[in-house]
Design a protein around this ligand. Sequence first.
Ligand code: NAD
Ligand code: IPM
Ligand code: MN
Length: 359
Amino acid sequence: MSQKVLVLPGDGIGPEIVAEAVRVLDCLRADFGLEVEVEHGLIGGAGYDHAGKPLPDDTLAMAREADAILLGAVGGPRYDKLARPLRPERGLLAIRSELGLFGNLRPAILYPQLADASALRPEVVSGLDIMIVRELTGGIYFGQPRGIRELPGGEREGFNTLVYRESEIERIGRLGFMTAQKRGGRLCSVDKANVLEVTELWREVMTGLAAEYPDVELSHMYVDNAAMQLVRSPKQFDVIVTENMFGDILSDCAAMLTGSIGMLPSASLDERGKGLYEPVHGSAPDIAGQGVANPLATILSLGMMLRYSLGRGDLADRVQQAVGQVLDQGLRTPDIQSAGTRSVSTGDMGNAVVEALRA
Ligand code: NAD
Ligand code: IPM
Ligand code: MN
């Protein structure tokens, strides 16, 4: 029986970049014997526009049925004044939570061809290959109580709660250790244990797990230092495991080491390997509709889907090689342009990846 892939383009540049990944997917079906059924659905602002909520019921039902989901991005200024439960970002948080996608893998890899596009000197980033393992369904994003309340006297205060159970920490911790086992064997747990009790518990649980993974070398780092070290000397890291919001921030920071946020894919996994795949970046309203967005993060997210959910690591390798080939050809969307390269559109870039696959 063929597996089901649900495609959720979302908002802003989402439809533009997802269209290119779908062309790659179509090529794999037509020419490489990939057997998948593909369905499309609405999420984010597009879901709100059509069904009145950012995660429409039929989208969630299709997502539960699917073996894997490819998502573009959600959000945009048009929706920023909506009541919070109706905002596009809530749709994304809801699908992550409803499907139990607690484990977010965000690899930051520097393609050697992009060493000049990085914000850092080539020698600082050449050969960079980090994996950030971000907890995705807990922490301050979901903790209760949350809200804005009026104090006696009329002043308002806003509040959110950063909370983790031991079992949630253990679950993401194990994913971190297992990821390190398959890579360089080094795991850095990032927390703020010097200030926050919840991350003191985080550190305790991580330390407790270490005995079960003697082949992994565990270290701990405070998040402020980690942000600094990522920019100072990023190659010291192999795998980073951290809580939801720290992981959100550190992964955007790591993205820039690779040349552009338009290069960073991600996988969000449940306990059985079902996954949602999306670029790390957002809907980029500033460039939406111009045909200039970089589709490679989305195409590489499809690559992660092939590896982690569809059991086709061979095709994932092909997709990664094809991306390397188009970079070798000097093709660049504006975000990764440097001297001597050729500026191409979103569509040209997708085309070039398909051509490289077929060659
Ligand atoms: P953003 O990632 O959308 O954009 C930040 C900057 O990076 C912009 O200058 C943008 O043009 C550029 N950029 C992003 N992706 C690019 C690509 N593929 N190619 C070239 N340039 C790219 O972040 P933001 O501006 O803070 O947020 C915009 C909207 O996206 C907000 O509504 C936010 O909530 C939403 N958002 C969604 C997701 C998601 O769906 N996973 C992630 C982050 C932000
Ligand atoms: C991301 C985004 C989301 C997050 C937002 C849009 C909810 O920034 O996927 O990195 O913070 O998780
Ligand atoms: Mn983010």
